[in-house]
Design a protein around this ligand. Sequence first.
Ligand SMILES: [Zn+2]
Length: 59
Amino acid sequence: MTVVCAWCQRQGLRTVLREKEPLDWPVVSHGICEEHAKAFLAEVREGKTAGLPLDRRGS
Ligand SMILES: [Zn+2]
């Protein structure tokens, strides 16, 4: 199976991170490439990442 970067895929790119056994299995799994991992971590540190319940108020 092939592991591709989900962030790259969202941008229409296809960055293959690695091939995992079984190699002839036509399944795509998702990971994150080094470049997007850095960008993602930077966003998390700045609290900019949408989708994380960081500013849930009133509970
Ligand atoms: Zn990527």
